[in-house]
Design a protein around this ligand. Structure first.
Ligand SMILES: Nc1ncnc2c1ncn2[C@@H]1O[C@H](COP(=O)(O)OP(=O)(O)O)[C@@H](O)[C@H]1O
Ligand SMILES: [Mg+2]
Length: 339
């Protein structure tokens, strides 16, 4: 259970339902200058004070354009990056305070699926070794047992168990992503960060991988943080969706609420880019085009980070960073325009 009270209110579910609680999390990457005497001249504020919960068994979609801090959020939650500030409670324990063996033991229960199934699998290892490696690292199986477990994992992700002796280059993109999923499942995790797991795949096989992830969630009671750069991808799989902009969470709500009643101007703009299946509605769809590029996270604008591109920004937006507030039950939004 949660032992330490979070310092601020989070976009929360019921306490006993929470698997992952992120509290005031920050990850800044230092910008240094000088070759021999390096000094820090600034920081990339990749994740800049975010708080939210992920409930047990749910899929939380995390959406925002490229460079807004989604991958850094996922990696910092898993402690692949150590945060600059904040806390990450997993099953009530603050991962930020864990190190060494204690952290290693927790890592078993949290895994990551990567975007690029071509780059993330070691080309010199057989598929069997790739999938079995986490079992060996954590001392969970060896010998015959390891071999059997690898075959079982291949079966679970819909691959032929005889593939264990082959190498990654012998497989298609979709099959490689299944190998990545099998590896992630090897240590029996309860929480998986899927970082744009289908973005690099052919459209024709994207749905298969999504279906596989859904089946596995049901079968093993998994909780997902599912990262994507647009709202169409996460619609099907997410129970709730969080929208990120320049290091901040700007809106978070249940899936239907977010798609039917988006409140933040950035979410509205993202949604306006999603095609609607109904041709009559699609014909009338108005795209909100955002002006300009994403500002640099090394130098975010004063006040609301979105103010340089916001169609409805006014005085206060240039002065005060809006807080993420619960605007209706379960629907959180960070915008001065939203009452
Ligand atoms: N290891 C790193 N060192 C320095 N800057 C980084 C590092 N990883 C990410 N960044 C920067 O942090 C910002 C957020 O990156 P990222 O989390 O990868 O965004 P996203 O996944 O949403 O595309 C970007 O400006 C990126 O250049
Ligand atoms: Mg990314």
């Amino acid at each position: 259970m949660i032992e330490t009270k979070p310092t601020t209110q989070t976009a929360t579910g019921r306490e006993d339902n929470v698997l992952v609680r992120v509290v005031n999390l920050k990850k800044y990457f230092p910008i240094t200058r000088g070759i021999i005497f390096q000094r820090q001249v600034g920081a990339v504020k990749a994740v800049d004070d975010i708080s939210f919960d992920i409930k047990r068994g749910e899929t939380l979609g995390l959406v925002g354009e490229s460079g807004c801090g989604k991958s850094t959020t996922g990696r910092t939650i898993l402690q692949l990056y150590r945060p600059t500030a904040g806390a990450v409670y997993f099953q009530g324990e603050n991962l930020v305070e864990l190190k060494g063996e204690a952290l290693r033991r927790k890592r078993r229960e949290m895994q990551m699926i990567f975007q690029d199934p071509y780059a993330s699998l070691n080309p010199r290892m057989t598929v069997g070794n790739i999938i079995g490696e986490p079992l060996e690292i954590h001392g969970l199986a060896n010998g015959k047992e390891l071999h059997e477990r690898v075959q079982e994992l291949l079966r679970v992700v819909g691959l032929n168990p005889y593939f264990a002796n082959r190498y990654p280059h012998e497989f298609s993109g979709g099959q490689r992503q299944r190998i990545g999923v099998a590896r992630a499942l090897a240590s029996n995790p309860s929480f998986i960060v899927a970082d744009e797991p289908i973005s690099a795949l052919d459209v024709s096989i994207q749905a298969q991988v999504i279906n596989l992830l859904e089946d596995l969630q049901e079968q093993f009671g998994l909780t997902y943080l599912f990262i994507a750069h647009d709202l169409s991808v996460v619609r099907h799989i997410s129970d709730r969706v969080a929208v990120m902009y320049l290091g901040k969470i700007v809106e978070i709500a249940t899936r239907n609420e977010l798609y039917e009643n988006p409140r933040h101007p950035y979410t509205q703009a993202l949604l306006s880019a999603v095609p609607v299946p109904d041709p009559a509605v699609e014909a009338k769809r108005q795209r909100i085009l955002l002006q300009g590029d994403l500002p640099s996270p090394a130098n975010p604008p004063k006040g609301c980070h979105f103010n340089t591109r916001c169609p409805v920004a006014f005085d206060i937006c240039y002065e005060v960073d809006p807080e993420l507030r619960e605007v209706t039950p379960g629907h959180w939004c960070a915008c001065h325009r939203v009452a």
